[in-house]
Write a protein that binds this ligand. Structure first.
Ligand code: NAD
Length: 242
């Protein structure tokens, strides 16, 4: 595909490159996206479970869903898309990787300086933000011995260390991601580009004069915004560009 050669050449010559990834990057590792049909769990839409309201209403149900997702992700391995992006973080000091994914596969692939906008499914924190449990801690037990799990410090319910719909992002993470939009090439990969503020990054990059490129199986909200929209699988396109 001549377009791929042109993009590969632009990537080679670019100094600052930033990539934003979404659930589509992990699809080939067997992790369902939110908006695909296989993203449903017990016929419930993810968007209705990944909210503070759902957790307040029924923490056990929300934790059953997270336990199911953690069980699915536990044995998943990074795919070729994670591998290429991780290599770029190691080989290109001016490459910034920003992800909306919470699965830990960029980290497993060896990505460095990763900006995780939506937290990590492998971290938890006290829902009451007690003095001892205010910070996230790693808890990789699958299945959880008790649902919902309780804070070892104060006994309140523990919540997943992710950012839910309607919650604010960590200001440091969004500031770092925002700063990285001042780049020569900005890639938006495997994301439906619906969830803000992450979806706003491609617009910022454009305003900074970056060449903006989308890699996705389908058209998204970003397809008409970017300079080049490449339709295809991230795990096939990225190796072809590297
Ligand atoms: P999304 O489910 O809204 O969209 C996924 C996108 O990936 C779609 O546009 C789809 O066309 C595309 N896609 C599917 N397979 C692909 C492939 N092989 N190559 C390229 N593109 C492919 O996901 P999103 O935009 O990341 O949604 C936002 C929220 O979903 C985030 O908050 C994120 O935390 C959460 N989420 C994370 C995971 C994960 O960590 N793996 C999984 C599901 C949802």
């Amino acid at each position: 595909m001549p377009e791929l050669n042109r993009v590969a050449e632009r990537l080679r010559s670019a100094r600052r490159v930033t990539a934003l990834t979404g659930a589509g990057v992990s699809a080939a590792s067997g992790i369902p996206t939110f908006r695909g049909a296989d993203g449903l769990w017990k016929h419930v839409r993810a968007e209705t479970l990944a909210t503070p309201e759902a957790f307040d209403h029924d923490p056990k149900l929300v934790w059953e869903w997270y336990d199911w997702r953690r069980g699915m992700i536990q044995h998943a391995r990074p795919n070729a898309a994670h591998d290429v992006l991780a290599r770029w973080t190691r080989e290109r000091p001016q490459f910034t990787l920003v992800t909306q994914n919470v699965d830990g596969l960029h980290e497993s692939a060896g990505a460095e300086r990763l900006i995780r906008l939506h937290g990590s499914i492998w971290h938890v924190r006290c829902s009451r933000a007690c003095a001892a449990g205010r910070r996230d801690w790693l808890d990789t037990a699958v299945p959880q011995p008790r649902l919902p799990p309780l804070c070892p410090h104060c006994g309140a319910i523990v919540r997943p260390g992710v950012v839910w719909f309607g919650e604010s992002l960590n200001p440091k993470d969004i500031a770092a991601a925002s700063a990285a939009t001042a780049c020569d090439v900005f890639l938006t990969i495997g994301t439906s580009a619906i969830v803000y503020p992450a979806a706003g990054l491609v617009h910022q990059a454009k305003r900074h004069g970056a060449l903006t490129i989308e890699i996705n199986l389908d058209d998204t909200e970003a397809s008409d915004v970017v300079d080049i929209a490449i339709k295809g699988k991230a795990e096939e396109i990225l190796p072809a560009l590297s």
